[in-house]
Design a protein around this ligand. Structure first.
Ligand SMILES: CC(C)(COP(=O)(O)OP(=O)(O)OC[C@H]1O[C@@H](n2cnc3c(N)ncnc32)[C@H](O)[C@@H]1OP(=O)(O)O)[C@@H](O)C(=O)NCCC(=O)NCCS
Length: 184
């Protein structure tokens, strides 16, 4: 990504990770540990601010190496969440998307717009062919996102997600570049 951010609207942007995000990132996780920890396995490993810093440093390395593309969502200049290509398979021109948003910023369409922006970047600038997502069927708010964005439901990947000491099925959704172009 050239430059440090992708603007979506005047007050909503996706910023590339910087070490300075450690404090606001840790505060957000700390304040919503129970809520976010329900669906995000990395939350319980994020115990002190240094863990957030380490995560940011590794995100910068993975972004630079092209293995992932992590961005943070800023709403009115406040860090409120993240949307990322959590896995990029360059050979297959495919990526998996992942996301989370502060509980008190939900219900405004922020994540739908943020995903739309990253998907546009993936298809137009990274020349991806396919973007997929794997969501636990119990996570209805997250399931709504690929459904709203016109992803195809490909099937249930049985017990493919493991967190909080439990296996969850993964509902696999995908969007191909040609389908994205058609629905533009
Ligand atoms: C999944 C998650 C990101 C969804 O957040 P969200 O705010 O509901 O997502 P959206 O941005 O799509 O917003 C949709 C809501 O905003 C409303 N909305 C308002 N303006 C909107 C707009 N312009 N566009 C779309 N939706 C809009 C919708 O009606 C919807 O409200 P509803 O939930 O009452 O039906 C959030 O619940 C989350 O972070 N969960 C915990 C972490 C997690 O589960 N991550 C995913 C793991 S697979």
């Amino acid at each position: 990504m050239k430059g440090k951010s992708l603007f979506i609207t005047e007050n909503l942007e996706l910023r590339l990770p910087e070490k300075e995000f450690a404090k606001p990132l840790f505060q957000l996780v700390q304040n919503q540990r129970e809520y976010l920890g329900k669906w995000l396995p990395w939350v319980e490993k994020n115990k002190v601010e240094k863990d957030s810093l380490a995560f940011l440093k590794s995100s910068i390395l993975f972004n630079n190496g092209g293995q992932k593309l992590t961005t943070f969502i800023f709403y009115n200049n406040e860090l409120v969440g993240s949307v990322a290509f959590v896995m990029i398979n360059k050979g297959n021109k495919a990526a998996e998307i992942g996301y989370w948003l502060s509980q008190n910023k939900q219900g405004k369409g922020i994540m739908t717009q943020s995903c739309e922006r990253l998907i546009k970047y993936g298809f137009e600038k990274m020349n991806l062919h396919r973007i997929e997502i794997n969501v636990a069927p119990e996570n209805s708010k997250s399931l709504a996102i690929p459904q709203k964005l016109g992803f195809h439901h490909e099937g249930t990947i049985r017990e493919s997600l493991f967190f909080n000491n439990k296996f969850y099925d993964g509902e696999k959704y995908s969007l191909l570049k040609r389908e994205w172009i058609e629905k533009k």
